[in-house]
Design a protein around this ligand. Structure first.
Ligand code: SF4
Length: 448
């Protein structure tokens, strides 16, 4: 008997809009590496591959940036729901369906593993499962990832996958492989499979897992119930390996709590990067905890090559924080901005997230937060609330929304503004977006 073989699939995404802000199948490729080290043959089909030659010939090339972000190929789809008032365009992002099918046919797997992302992306996952079921009808399919974790019952019903892996993949996969009479690797899951195609434009690092805070609007504590500090040495070796084998110079952190416990993990890691003399760029698609941005860490981040900082500010209202997150004190924000600027980050490289559209939130609170943050000479970005199943705010969101959030995950997409009420209308939201934009424009003009 030859090697057992697994087919890993990153499905296409169906959404109203999509931008590649370091969107990589990191967890799936960690499983791929685990199986490969355990003696498996591993095939990977990436339906989001923006470099695919046949798709590019048919749809044209997509705009990408040197920092590893950019667009995906896009083909319009019919709007999937009854008219909801606003004109919205729905699309499929990824390689052409016929290219997807051809790539799936090239593999002869013993098991198929498919990842999932946002709950409202589930239609792309259905497409992937249905396509692969036609091509490999007798091969077991397991679906994991965020949607599978947050809505396992919906996932099972909507996709018809044989297995739905909710939460930590390793114990569930060990059980599934055993049940299928397939060999189970003895080692544990570690770093991702090193595929040059995936990692050349940008690598992913995740040092710590989860977050010790419990903000009532956030998915992190639902996806990972406890905070597990990582190891500086291991994270640095993974970075070095990606740099050496795939030529990666851009790295994005997937951590939810990068700076928590920073003396033990992040600072030793960043010191290793500096000592190595490697010329790298670091990005933070997730916000960091502003209360930990002291002078020392801000300076180290500049020296290591951090090109941007995103701060999870959320609101200038103390009432907001006592109700929802209680994660930092009033003086932490001014101190963080001061430390970052003194360390050498310019105004345009610091983005402050402000949460908008929580249940019963008044738009004037968001307006005050935008005005407050903008005074510090930083970019302001509205983070529009998406209701996440399993969070403390989920039940309240379901109760007050006029949209059927429990029946249709597409409505979790913040494009629907599901928490609209008299104190925060769609017009108010448009006004706030314009307000943030005007402050950011002024900031840009000042910098020129
Ligand atoms: S919002 Fe940030 S601090 Fe709060 S739980 Fe999520 S990751 Fe942690």
């Amino acid at each position: 008997m030859g090697k057992p073989s697994v087919l890993l699939i990153q499905p296409p995404i169906h959404d109203f809009a999509l931008y590649d802000l370091y969107l990589k199948p990191y967890g799936l490729l960690k499983i791929g590496n685990w199986l490969e080290r355990g003696g498996w043959k591993v095939d990977f089909v990436n339906a989001l591959d923006y470099r695919d030659v046949q798709t590019t010939a048919a749809l044209g090339s997509v705009k990408r940036k040197s920092n590893g972000t950019g667009k995906f190929h896009r083909t319009e789809l019919p709007f999937p729901l009854k008219d909801t008032g606003r004109r919205r365009r729905f699309a499929r992002y990824g390689i052409l369906p016929e290219v997807f099918r051809r790539k799936l046919q090239e593999s002869k797997p013993d098991i198929i593993l498919i990842t999932s992302g946002m709950t409202y992306w589930y239609r792309g996952l259905i497409e992937a499962v249905e396509t692969v079921q036609k091509i490999h009808p007798d091969i077991p399919i397991a679906v994991g990832g965020i949607y599978a974790t947050l809505l396992p019952v919906h996932c099972r019903k909507s996709t018809g996958a044989d297995f739905v892996v909710a939460g930590d993949a390793e114990p569930a996969l060990r059980r599934i492989l055993n049940e299928q009479g397939l060999p189970v690797p003895s080692a544990g899951i570690e770093g991702p499979l090193l595929l040059e195609d995936v990692w050349h434009d940008a690598g992913i690092i995740r040092i710590n897992t989860g977050c010790p805070y419990r903000c009532d609007y956030c998915a992190s504590p639902v996806i990972c119930s406890s905070f597990i500090p990582g190891e500086a040495e291991r994270a640095f070796s993974s970075l070095q390996e990606m740099h050496r084998r795939a030529g990666t110079v851009n790295f994005a952190f997937y951590d939810d709590a990068l700076l928590v416990n920073k003396e033990r993990v992040f600072i030793p890691f960043i010191e290793k990067v500096i000592q190595s003399g490697l010329d790298l760029n670091f990005y933070l698609p997730n916000a960091v905890h502003l209360q930990f941005l002291d002078r020392e860490v801000s300076k180290l981040m500049v020296r290591a090559g951090f090109r941007e900082i995103r701060l999870g500010f959320e609101s200038s209202s103390s009432d907001f924080h006592s109700r929802h997150d209680d994660k930092y004190s009033e003086e932490d924000f001014p101190a963080a901005v001061r430390n970052l600027k003194e360390a050498g980050f310019d105004s345009g490289s610091i983005t402050v997230y402000i949460l908008a559209g929580l249940p019963r939130q008044d738009y004037r609170e968001v307006e005050s937060s935008i005005r407050y943050a903008a005074e510090f000479g930083v970019k302001v970005s509205l983070a529009e609330y998406s209701p996440v199943p399993g969070t403390p705010l989920w039940r309240e969101s379901v109760e007050i929304s006029s949209l059927p959030l429990e029946e249709e995950p597409l409505y979790h997409n913040n494009t629907f503004f599901s928490m609209e009420w008299d104190g925060f209308t769609l017009e108010n939201l448009d006004y706030l977006k314009q307000l943030a934009l005007s402050f950011n424009r002024k900031l840009g003009e000042k910098q020129q």
